[in-house]
Design a protein around this ligand. Structure first.
Ligand code: ATP
Ligand code: MG
Ligand code: MG
Ligand code: MG
Length: 565
């Protein structure tokens, strides 16, 4: 085995902190900063220090290996992108305020890529001309940019973050299904190797027809997604999809647009115009009350809404932030489906409990954005009719009837069958076997690489600190030299021997740091094994401690070495 490196903490460019950073709300944020893995550069923008970079690189390596294993080819496309392809698909506008737009010195419009469907489509259009060139799967591991409204959860929700994004190109629907299945399996392997606990959740239900999409959700308190989990069978779905599963669509029950009287309260269109957002972006994160009656509502999502502007528009309305309690108090504030990733059009939802004329819509790239008194077909394009129910804890599982649990989770991956939406917009054809052009069908697939680091920290940390699974840990063994010369000598000697056997070592050789602080730091940093050259160093006896279980044992050096190599 190749020599591994010994990283000396006396030379490591990272300081551990005793206190949580003041702005940290979630565990991973606190611990990754305190243990010296990352530093905040600006809101939602992070620098990775040596230990953090190692963990990130390990996640990248695992992702790369599993993508390569399904025959995907790695490329690297720019993050700085021209506007035109995003105009062609409508996303320059549809992405709303989450898109970082910028100008060059000549006044040309550019964006920082939030996801790359357009650019990959054009690359394949340029490179692939014949059916013989397909199928192809391309991927990259690259920074993505999204101007998230509330980048408050540390690495979990960055405005710059690392994503593995891949795109499949096939001639036929069954080819797309195959590419999708390959990704699904690769993702299962990736997340298992990372040591993440996760569920695969239907992100849209069959009733939506056409395109299929699933999310990989890692259960965690800090998560911003809610999913329904069956304790009895394998059913799991995000709350958007479960809505369909519990209440199938009956389009005939939906009133026609012309049967809905024109309301005199503001429409989504006028409101959106006053806010300077496209109508399909609708409202988020606000509750608008006129004379105590709610006229519009949204729940935490991606777009910032200027409450002052909304309030001015609705005057004399009062505008408030929505809380979970608002929803609990108003079960008629229905939750509905919206397609993923900004691809969806605004949906019209007709709830039998809501009288005609009080139509509800939901839009943008998340569930749960609603406004009252808008007319389908007039205020927005109608592309789907759905019934809705509010999913609640204990509702029967659509598969087996057992009471569902509702849990919080972190979205770590997302796979989609896109179909021909992008190929249509950008005219991606190849010559088919019969010499006629064939429109290509696509899939797109994302893993939050940097988010996975934080998700792992969330799931594996304990009250002492981080606690990494072996494959992603920044080292295999954390050797602690208790302080005396003989202890340091032994610690460095053991470290060299471990490294020679291919074991990655972090050795705490910091002079003048008390053994107590070193032990606390070792727990905080979270390397799977802690080897202490302490009390019995002169006899050649060390202590070996399992970071996760806390089990410790005194062993002669030779035995410790043979355990670890
Ligand atoms: P979210 O619902 O958390 O906003 P998303 O659905 O917008 O995520 P996708 O467009 O599906 O994200 O992107 C693919 C993956 O990229 C996500 O599954 C997630 O793991 C990761 N990701 C998305 N946004 C961020 C972010 N702001 N910071 C870190 N990772 C992110
Ligand atoms: Mg998002
Ligand atoms: Mg999402
Ligand atoms: Mg997603």
């Amino acid at each position: 085995m190749a020599n591994a490196q010994v990283q000396r903490m006396s030379q490591l460019m990272a300081k551990t902190l005793r206190d949580d950073p003041a702005d940290a709300e979630v565990l991973s944020h606190k611990l990754l900063v305190r243990a010296g893995y990352v530093r905040r550069t600006a809101a939602g923008i992070w620098s990775w220090l040596p230990l953090g970079k190692r963990v990130l690189a390990n996640v990248e390596r695992i992702v790369r290996e599993e993508m390569d294993a399904i025959g995907a080819q790695e490329v690297l496309l720019p993050a700085l992108l021209p506007r035109e392809p995003y105009d062609a698909t409508g996303r320059w506008d549809e992405y709303g305020q989450e898109l970082f737009r910028l100008k060059d010195r000549k006044g040309g419009d550019y964006l920082l890529g939030p996801t790359h469907e357009e650019i990959f489509t054009l690359l394949v259009k340029d490179q692939c001309t014949s059916y013989k060139d397909l199928p192809v799967i391309l991927y990259q591991i690259q920074h993505k940019y999204r101007d998230e409204a509330r980048p408050r959860a540390g690495i979990l929700r960055g405005r710059e973050f690392l994503m593995k994004d891949s795109y499949s190109f096939d001639l036929e629907d069954d080819g797309l299904a195959r590419s999708y299945a390959l990704h699904r399996e690769a993702y299962q392997k990736i997340f298992a190797r990372l040591g993440l606990d996760y569920r695969i959740c239907a992100a849209t239900a069959g009733a939506m027809g056409g395109s299929k999409s699933e999310e990989f959700l890692a259960p965690a308190e800090a998560g911003e997604d809610t999913f329904a989990d069956c304790p009895n069978c394998d059913f799991a779905a995000n709350t958007e999809a479960i809505t369909y599963a519990l209440n199938p669509v009956d389009a005939s029950a939906v009133p026609a647009a012309e049967d809905i009287p024109t309301p005199d309260t503001p429409t989504i269109e006028t409101l959106a115009a006053s806010l300077g957002v496209p109508a399909s972006a609708t409202l988020k994160n606000l509750l608008v009350k006129v004379d105590g009656e709610i006229v519009a509502v949204g729940v935490p999502g991606d777009r910032e809404v200027d409450l002052d502007k909304v309030e001015a528009h609705f005057a004399p309305a009062t505008v408030e932030m929505v809380t979970e309690a608002d929803f609990a108090a108003r079960p008629d504030l229905v939750r509905g489906y919206v397609g993923p990733q900004g691809l969806a059009k605004v949906k019209y939802i007709a709830d039998p409990r809501i009288a005609p004329g009080t139509a509800w819509i939901t839009g943008a790239n998340k569930q749960d954005t609603h406004a009252k008194n808008v007319v389908a077909g007039r205020d927005f394009e109608v592309d789907e009719y759905v019934d809705v129910v509010v999913v609640q804890e204990g509702d029967p599982c659509p598969k087996c009837g057992t009471g569902l649990k509702l849990d919080r989770a972190i979205e770590i991956g997302h796979i989609f069958q896109l179909g021909r939406k992008y190929a249509d917009a950008l005219k991606l054809d190849v010559l088919g076997q019969n010499g006629k052009p064939v429109r290509v069908t696509m899939g797109s697939y994302g893993v939050g690489v940097s988010r996975a680091v934080a998700a792992l920290a969330e799931q594996t940390a304990d009250d002492k600190g981080l606690c990494w699974p072996a494959e992603v840990a920044p080292a295999d063994v954390h050797v602690v030299a208790a302080g005396k010369a003989v202890q340091t000598e032994l610690a460095l000697d053991v470290s060299d021997k471990l490294a020679a056997a291919g074991v990655r070592v972090l050795v705490d050789d910091r002079p003048g740091v008390s053994p107590g602080v070193k032990f606390t730091d070792a727990e905080l940093i979270g390397v799977p094994w802690i080897l202490v050259a302490g009390r019995r160093a002169a006899e050649g006896v060390v202590e070996l401690k399992n970071r996760r279980t806390g089990a410790r044992e005194e062993l002669p050096v030779a035995e410790a070495l043979s355990r670890l190599t």
